[in-house]
Design a protein around this ligand. Structure first.
Ligand code: DU
Length: 228
């Protein structure tokens, strides 16, 4: 896993994303002008023996692209880590920097794209370029029993990664709260439960489309699936 993280951090495969992540790191946001931005691809974070895997979209320009840790330092992360803490998967409710002492318990966080993209939207080709990293994580995280896809792009990207690893999956549709028992659906023991959830972006949480209570229910469902 440590080797994989170093490979991720060194990646320069997508020219548009290399340019964007570095430009953001140079120009910064006024509130963070004293920060040395990470400005590189962001590796996965958490417990390598996790039974719960969260799959996000891509680093936020002034969040993970600034701090170097998934979902760390922006509104999406504030919402997500608070929920993880309430559910007992995170040691503290906030994630502010790589040296803030946060630990994830039984949980690992990754994303379908590792570099901050313009408009928060990686292209299909960029996600495809990044897919081998996700597939290597999936292979290394052998204890995972439940995967939560945060948003439709993560949902489709995770399923595509599994399909390319040889899993014969039917077409599945994204809907917040949907539960797909992949082992049964694909007749492959060992595959995890997949839960679909709205992404914790400000666009969802500030409009009331996604509430803290909805994430509490989501993580209750995760725990029911982990401890049947
Ligand atoms: O050095 P390390 O114990 O491998 O931890 C690296 C990194 O991973 C640290 O920032 C905490 C995080 N982590 C975690 O969140 N949960 C674990 O169970 C183990 C490590």
């Amino acid at each position: 896993m440590e080797q994989l993280k170093q490979q991720v951090i060194a990646c320069r495969r997508c020219p548009r994303l290399v340019a964007w992540r570095e430009e953001i790191a140079q120009t910064k946001r006024r509130a963070y002008r004293d920060w040395t931005y990470w400005g590189r691809p962001v590796p996965g974070f958490g417990d390598p023996r996790a039974r719960l895997l969260l799959v996000g979209l891509a680093p936020g320009a002034h969040g993970a692209n600034r701090t170097g840790r998934m979902f760390t330092g922006d509104g999406s992360g504030d919402f997500l880590y608070a929920a993880l803490h309430r559910a007992g998967f995170a040691s503290q409710p906030t994630s502010r920097s790589r040296d803030d002492g946060l630990q994830l318990w039984d949980c690992y966080i990754t994303a379908v794209a590792r570099c901050a993209p313009p408009q928060n939207r990686p292209t299909a080709a960029e996600i495809a370029n990044c897919r081998p990293f996700l597939q290597q994580e999936i292979a290394l995280l052998r204890r995972v029993q439940v995967v939560v896809a945060l948003g439709q792009v993560a949902f489709n990207g995770y399923l595509r990664a599994l399909q390319e690893m040889g899993q014969p999956l039917p077409r599945l549709t994204f809907r917040h709260g949907a539960h797909y028992p992949l082992a049964e659906l694909a007749q492959r023991p060992g595959l995890p439960h997949l839960l679909a959830a709205y992404h914790p972006s400000r666009q969802n949480t500030q409009t009331g489309r996604l509430t803290a209570a909805m994430y509490d229910e989501l993580f209750h469902q995760v725990k029911r699936l982990l401890n049947p």
